[in-house]
Design a binder for this molecule. Structure first.
Ligand code: FE
Ligand code: CA
Length: 521
């Protein structure tokens, strides 16, 4: 028989089946796991020079209401080691997985050395998690040869497999930027319509559109039980940001495109952002407060790269032209329009002014290039992108130009296609060298297999001379910053409709430092 261990603040007991319950002087609950509770894997995020967040979530029955967990706090041990075999454990401790947070665990590990990989794992009773790997960031300002990272997101579960994640897990990256759409909120849809007629979706969502906290939790669980996604989450520290589908398609601020009143929509946003926090390796600074989350933040990689992670949803004003894609109206020119909001914009401008790093990345969600979506000779913009917000767009690009801030690289998702091109003021018509460069990553799975060239490729490129690259397949980006050049690799899959898709390097584009101009490698 195992005896309870008494401590000042809690009583911990180990039962035969291995579950450890943490209680505050109350009667001890008794429970055991029929299956391994680490079914959702492990993750790490938001690295600093001395540590990172490590994450897991106890879920012996991940798709069930309550995930098969008792309604009680549960103690979880964690270890961080210098080696994959855990011969040299450098930090360890115990955390409490609480039912209020769906038995998620977020540990802010400190006391580590800068710029090197570590390994981490969790234990609950006799049950052990898999092993994750993450790197700390280098000393701020240190001279670096290179930093190499992944850019990924838009992983609609129903539309394809996560083969891209499996490959990204093998890329030995310094970090991964998630541009959002980790989940999609929509109802299950067994069949989708293609140009060739109806087809079966390879996988289907459980249940209807998600609204409540438990709805979102189950949706995140369904996505996160995927082994390929778990491989990527456990392979490197992620910087996670959300876009629209973590809450609802094309939401901004307190505005619900489905028409719920703002005070009602904010209840849904609160549930959605709590679930996002529960499933992402975020720091305490991002702990949800009501319907809000502090999601914009910065990372620094030596003297080489500063990354500003932006939040283009919470503070944005409503889309112009009733958010009709490929439209144009006076609202596009509204002087009151906001993308980042005053506080975030001031924070970003200040960071850009003060940054001494060679490269300044703006890691964000919706396209900054002002593309003309109308290939029939008219004018139409994606109103859910910076192109629908001409005044704040010009304010940001004008700031970068007027302050002569070179080597700004914008990293984006959302479009479910690969794009690369230059950024100019006012409609983006190329005149002189670009102010900055944008790479838009495609999707992990959203949109299904796709094809190398969209049907209107020639007309689309002709209507948008700022574009240097356009591809309509699934995959992810690998970016490498070096003192003299930036390189972006576009990796694509021939198919995502089954697990055997083949990955290839579709395109490599470079920016020579100081040029703000894209060229083929
Ligand atoms: Fe998406
Ligand atoms: Ca999106």
């Amino acid at each position: 028989m195992t005896r309870p261990v008494l401590s000042r603040r809690s009583i911990l007991a180990v039962f035969g089946g291995g579950l450890v319950l943490a209680r505050s002087g109350q009667a001890l609950a008794q429970a055991a796991f029929d299956t391994n509770p680490f079914s959702l894997g492990v993750a790490a995020g938001d690295p600093l020079p001395d540590g990172f967040v490590i994450w897991t979530r106890l879920a012996p029955d991940p798709l069930a209401y309550g995930s098969g967990m008792p309604r009680a706090p549960v103690a979880v041990k964690w270890e961080v080691a210098a080696d994959r075999g855990f011969r040299t454990v450098v930090q360890s401790g115990e955390a409490v997985a609480r039912p209020e947070l769906g038995h998620s665990v977020h540990v802010e590990v400190g006391g580590l050395e800068p710029g090197r990989p570590y390994f981490y794992r969790f234990q609950c009773g006799s049950e052990r998690s898999g092993t994750g790997r993450a790197k700390t960031t280098p000393v701020v300002g240190a001279a670096l040869d290179a930093v190499r990272f992944g850019v990924a997101g838009c992983q609609a579960y129903e539309q394809g497999y996560y083969t891209a994640h499996r490959h990204m897990a093998e890329d030995d990256l310094d970090f991964v930027f998630l541009y959002g759409d980790y989940i999609y909120e929509g109802r299950s849809n067994p069949i989708y319509q293609t140009a060739d007629g109806p087809q079966d979706n390879p996988r289907i969502h459980l249940g209807g559109e998600v609204f409540s906290l438990d709805d979102y939790r189950r949706r995140y669980s369904q996505y996160t039980v995927d082994a390929d996604l778990q491989a990527a989450r456990g392979s490197a520290a992620w910087f996670c940001t959300f876009d629209d589908h973590e809450v609802d398609n094309n939401w901004v601020g307190d505005h619900d495109p489905e028409g719920a009143p703002p005070e009602v929509f904010l209840l849904r946003r609160a549930a959605a952002l709590q679930a996002f926090y529960e499933f992402m390796p975020m720091r305490k600074s991002a702990f949800p407060r009501g319907a809000s989350m502090q999601a914009y933040r910065r990372a620094q990689y030596g003297n080489l790269l500063d990354v500003s992670f932006l939040d283009t949803r919470q503070f944005r004003s409503d889309q112009p032209c009733d958010d009709r894609f490929n439209s144009y109206c006076p609202g596009v020119e509204s002087p009151e329009a906001q993308v980042l909001g005053d506080a975030q914009e001031a924070w970003l401008f200040n960071d850009l002014n003060r940054s001494t790093a060679r490269w300044k990345a703006l890691a964000q969600q919706v396209m900054m290039m002002d593309l003309n979506r109308n290939t029939s000779g008219g004018k139409g913009v994606n109103t859910d992108s910076w192109a629908g917000y001409r005044v704040p767009r010009n304010r940001l690009l004008g700031h970068i130009r007027d302050r002569r801030i070179d080597n700004v690289v914008v990293l984006t998702g959302d479009e479910h296609q690969n794009f690369a091109g230059g950024l100019w003021l006012d409609g983006g018509q190329p005149e002189g060298r670009p102010i900055a460069v944008e790479f838009v990553g495609t999707s992990i799975s959203s949109g299904g297999n796709g094809s190398d060239r969209r049907a209107d490729y020639d007309r689309f490129m002709a209507a948008n001379p700022q574009l240097k690259f356009l591809n309509n397949q699934r995959g992810y980006l690998v970016c490498e910053a070096r003192p003299d050049r930036w390189t972006t690799q576009f990796k694509v899959l021939d198919k995502v409709s089954d697990r055997d898709g083949t990955l290839s390097l579709r395109q490599t584009l470079v920016i020579e430092a100081g040029s703000n101009t894209l060229s083929a490698a």
